[in-house]
Design a protein around this ligand. Structure first.
Ligand SMILES: NC(=O)c1ccc[n+]([C@@H]2O[C@H](COP(=O)([O-])OP(=O)(O)OC[C@H]3O[C@@H](n4cnc5c(N)ncnc54)[C@H](OP(=O)(O)O)[C@@H]3O)[C@@H](O)[C@H]2O)c1
Length: 354
């Protein structure tokens, strides 16, 4: 897989590179980069053939969208790039309609995003997270209205239950509406939960899977020690170690064992730990384009090189084994032992188109 070999995003005609540049660190003064460094990261990504950029209305209080929009305008690359942003999180304390997935907020959020980006449309509009209350019909109707109005080209769902996206895709299909084309979810060697429901749903429904935090916020690069800090004490999980957001709670006994396995594979192959961890995600079944992040240009360089490496099968098996999900109901019914009983002991493979 190479950066300038594009892939269609799910069952759509939108071509994206296999690594998407996440810009959550742009304009972020606590654990992101200075603007000049963000620009160098943007330039290097595009130079390498990357065409897919991810932001959100809430990243750095809108500063990520502003910077991304500025870089795109200055480089005159709007037509070449696939720009994705998101709505859901609340923009005004005490006002529940300035957040969530209702029609009123989606219109408000998109107007703000387009203004900050300095664009008249976005290519891909993500629902950032399920808000647990808005009817799914309202969400897909609103996003279809925005497609018809020319404000967005495609839409997708991030951080949702698999049943929700299955219902959305099925309802849209039954009503002749445009369907979601992609799913954005956390996926890495330390967070493999989406293998149970979301990846099979994506494969069945034609949704491109776009993993976020493939390095678990930098945890899998080996920079953190068991006493929970980096040498400099300035990386993301140092800064956010007391944050209430469970996404940043990576320092567990299970996860340290996975870090050790990544370190062994890196030593055996001569690749960096970041490359081993990222290569594992981008080559997993169902993955379409992986969202990477970097606070320094050298990190991006390291990560781009992960596209070219090979990891021997026995080392990959070690990584698979140490990070495997615990058996759980009802998924254990779909494993080989019980399927053998279903199929009378012979192998049955599902027909796949292509
Ligand atoms: N939909 C969602 O809910 C959601 C949530 C999170 C992220 N996202 C998207 O996904 C994108 C990527 O997520 P992420 O930033 O968490 O990805 P990640 O790849 O897991 O973490 C990136 C961080 O790891 C460190 N790093 C990266 N490459 C490195 C290397 N080669 N060597 C050493 N350290 C390295 C850097 O942080 P330090 O320099 O601080 O160590 C960098 O900012 C975001 O920008 C955003 O667009 C979406």
């Amino acid at each position: 897989m190479k950066m300038n070999e594009y892939v269609t995003l799910g069952r759509s005609g939108l071509r994206v590179s296999p690594l998407c540049l996440g810009t959550m660190t742009f304009g972020n003064s606590r654990w992101g980069s200075e603007d000049e460094e963000s620009r160098a990261i943007f330039d290097r990504y595009v130079e390498a053939g990357g065409n897919f950029l991810d932001t959100a209305d809430g990243y750095a209080l809108g500063e990520s969208e502003r910077l991304l929009g500025r870089f795109v305008a200055e480089t005159k690359l709007r037509d070449r790039l696939v720009i994705a942003t998101k709505f859901t999180f609340c923009a005004e304390e005490g006002n529940p309609n300035a957040g969530g997935n209702g029609r009123k907020n989606i219109y408000r959020a998109l107007e703000g995003s387009l203004e900050r980006l300095g664009m008249d449309y976005v290519d891909l509009y993500w629902m950032h997270a399920w808000d647990t209350v808005t009817p799914v019909e309202e969400v897909i109707e609103t996003l279809n209205d925005l497609i018809r109005a020319g404000k967005i080209r495609y839409y997708g769902f991030s951080d949702v239950p698999a049943w929700y996206v299955a219902r959305a895709a099925t309802l849209a299909e039954c009503h002749g509406l445009k369907k979601p084309v992609a799913l954005q979810l956390e996926y890495s060697l330390v967070e493999r939960t989406i293998e149970r429901e979301h990846i099979p749903a994506g494969q069945e429904l034609g949704l491109g899977i776009c993993p976020w935090s493939p390095l678990a916020s930098g945890f899998l690069t080996g920079k953190y020690r068991h006493d929970k800090s980096t040498e400099e004490g300035k990386s993301r999980l140092d800064v956010l170690k007391d944050a209430p957001n469970p996404v940043f709670g990576k320092f567990t006994e299970r996860n340290w064992k996975i870090v050790d396995a990544v370190a062994s594979a890196a030593k055996a192959t001569g690749h960096s730990m970041a490359q081993i961890a990222l290569h594992w995600v981008v080559t997993q079944p169902g993955v379409t384009s992986t969202l990477i992040g970097a606070t320094k240009k050298e990190q991006l360089e390291d990560n781009l090189a992960a596209m070219e490496i090979e990891v021997p099968a026995e080392l990959r098996e070690e990584l698979d084994k140490v990070s495997a999900l615990e058996p759980a109901h009802p998924y254990m019914f779909f494993d080989r032992f019980l399927q053998n009983r279903v199929n009378g002991g012979v192998a049955v493979h599902k027909w796949r188109n292509g």
